[in-house]
Write a protein that binds this ligand. Structure first.
Ligand code: HAM
Length: 419
């Protein structure tokens, strides 16, 4: 087909939509219980917003953004993630003036020009949550507990929470120097990209998937041995809060994450079931970002859950969307069809899910067949005789029984019959 979807982009078909809806509504329910409010930033932003926040040296900015110049010469980008946009909105609308601590979430598509593979797409969807305006370890614990509640709400097993601390501007430079000198000794074992990264942004080497680089970083110094006493206190307090919330976790000093804005806590919820794309949730603290984007010096922490990955783990369970209509209205003849159309509208206003037949020349048998295929629970049959008697025939498609129903006040009569 000439106009098939492009590589890395896919349709979410009606059979799958039920699972997506369940995921979104569960997320909204959980977020509400934690006091989060929804925000909907645009999908297109100035390119600079992302280069400044995510970092020039990251894979996302250096090779994965869908960027273009518009007719006015402005550099624009389809958002590769939501955090930068949420923080931009927080600054632009001075959300902190009403309440310095803002708990915000957003759900929607993101775009990254990555090599598509299992669990990795070029358009994918995130459920993203951010707490902006608090620096304490309790907000780290709260956001992690919320992320865990989200994945646990779907009964998923085999997930592990990994946490790390990347330190702060006080202690990270010391670690970076140590790492740089370690990597310079091992330069011949590193891939070309990492030889460059080792000089410009050595933490990025931890992210590399090339086997030689993975072996080098396996023996690299651990940031946890370098963080300052404030960062250590913060990280220890987080662990205590997680323990008391009965959330188990593993320390992973190599968890640096693929975005440059992180400070202190980083975390991922990983699965073993999706091959190399093992992170279902990724997040962390980004205390410097708000100021870096021209806003007040407000600390923040957040996470994003990859919806495609969670849906893949949940399997196809298209409950709500695939269930059939409550009622199918079968009309025989044009006169009946005209009335049936009005009743359908009345019944829909009363809350029923109703289907009608568009072709008045279709036989009753053909209409019943269609009702059956749609999975209709009841079929109301109306022809000339029923119109003049004021009573239609209602067939229960499950029990396979029929009874008469008064056509006047149809919604009320159907409601009564359905109990
Ligand atoms: P991220 O790790 O780049 O973090 O993405 C978060 C999650 O989005 C990943 O764990 C994964 O589940 C999903 N994801 C990322 N890329 C793809 C892809 N190409 N295909 C399918 N799923 C994908 C962020 O985006 C940060 N903004 C998270 C954050 C929020 N940090 C603080 N606040």
């Amino acid at each position: 087909m000439d106009f098939a979807t492009i590589k890395g982009f896919k349709d979410i078909l009606p059979e799958e939509v039920g699972t997506w809806q369940r995921l979104e509504s569960e997320a909204r329910r959980i977020f509400r219980s934690f006091g989060f409010r929804e925000i909907k930033p645009p999908l297109l932003e100035k390119t600079e917003l992302f280069t400044r926040s995510i970092g020039e040296e990251t894979d996302i900015v250096s090779k994965e953004m869908y960027s273009f110049t518009d007719s006015k010469g402005r550099g624009l980008t389809l958002r590769p993630e939501a955090t930068a946009s949420v923080v931009r909105a927080y600054i632009q609308h001075r959300l902190y003036q009403k309440n310095p601590v803002q708990k915000l979430f957003t759900i929607g598509p993101m775009f990254r020009h990555e090599r598509p593979q299992k669990g990795r797409f070029r358009q994918f969807h995130q459920i993203d949550a951010e707490i902006i305006g608090d620096s304490g370890p309790l907000s780290d614990a709260e956001i992690i507990v919320m992320a865990m509640s989200l994945v646990e709400a779907f009964g998923l097993s085999g997930l592990s929470l990994q946490i790390n601390s990347l330190g702060c501007p006080k202690c990270r430079p010391g670690f970076k120097e140590k790492l740089k000198s370690y990597l310079s000794q091992k330069a011949i074992f590193l891939c070309g990209d990492c030889q460059r990264r080792a000089l410009t942004n050595p933490l990025r080497v931890f992210d590399c998937k090339v086997e030689g680089c993975k072996q080098v970083v396996a023996e690299a110094p651990s940031i946890l041995d370098f963080i300052c006493s404030d960062c250590e206190k913060h990280f220890k307090a987080l662990q205590k809060h997680l323990d008391s919330s009965e959330v188990s976790f593993a320390l992973n000093h190599m968890l640096v994450r693929g975005l440059d804005y992180y400070t202190r806590t980083t975390f991922e919820i990983q699965t073993e079931e999706l091959g190399s794309q093992n992170a279902v949730v990724g997040g962390g603290r980004y205390d410097g970002l708000c100021k870096q984007l021209g806003g007040p010096d407000h600390p923040a922490i957040g996470f994003a859950l990859g919806m495609e990955r969670l849906v893949a783990l949940m399997g196809k369970d298209g409950t709500s969307e695939s269930s059939g209509p409550d009622l199918f209205l079968a009309a025989l003849g044009e006169k009946a069809q005209e009335r049936v159309f009005q009743w359908a509208n009345d019944l829909r206003k009363a809350g029923f899910c109703v289907e009608i037949e568009y072709d008045p020349s279709k036989s009753l048998k053909a209409q019943m067949k269609r009702a059956d295929r749609l999975g209709a629970r009841l079929v109301l049959m109306v022809g000339e005789n029923e119109l003049s008697s004021g009573k239609g025939i209602l067939r229960d498609m499950v029990a396979k029984t029929q009874k008469e129903v008064g056509l006047e006040n149809l919604p009320a009569n159907i409601k009564e019959l359905m109990g």
